[in-house]
Design a protein around this ligand. Sequence first.
Ligand SMILES: [Zn+2]
Length: 252
Amino acid sequence: MEAVGLLCVAAAVLAWGFFWVWDASERLKSREQAGLLGAGSRTLLVIAHPDDEAMFFAPTVLGLARLRHRVSLLCFSAGDYYNQGETRKKELLQSCDVLGIPPSSVMIIDNRDFPDDPGVQWDTGHVASILLQHIEANGINLVVTFDAWGVSGHSNHVALHEAMRALSSEGKLPEGCSVLTLQSVNVLRKYISFLDLPLSLLHTQDVLFVLTSKEVAQAKRAMSCHRSQLLWFRRLYILFSRYMRVNSLRFL
Ligand SMILES: [Zn+2]
């Protein structure tokens, strides 16, 4: 009798899991069909440091390319924490090229107001005004950036989120401009690679991008452009991180 009970529970769990996967994929399809991520959109990826685009956002950039978005990138620092700014700027351009963002669509802000330093709090108002200027000048319809936790909790990542949230809540964004934020996950989920997919399907509220094996290779090639950053723990990150394979995002 016990075995029958267990079988029933297992069947119920499987059915529930199937329902969630199916439901999540249907919701994603309807999002796309509703035109929220419509083709041809001018999309701006906003990052804090060279390598954020490959370490965290590669599934989003490649997923948006599938949807024929014109993606440009705004990086708020040269990643100069170890005085490697010049090298890291070149590495960023190479990585973006691998991800399909041409050098002409990449802008790197390299000034003292936004140092690559987790100990320095960037001025939210200043970040917001630069962002708004860039969004308006380039007719951006969709902005992608970090969520409130900033994936790793880095204060520079969080500053970008706070600036976008301020622009959105104060109604300063141009009409028709949406904001997507990359959902942070706990440390365990961060390093279980594709095994995180069922959980991502369960928890994704708005948009989910999952890379094919060919695209994962492309994301790894982009990451390998950041040669100055490829220390042993970064190599482990490339092997195990779910962010190199799966991105779940939420509209602000
Ligand atoms: Zn970063």
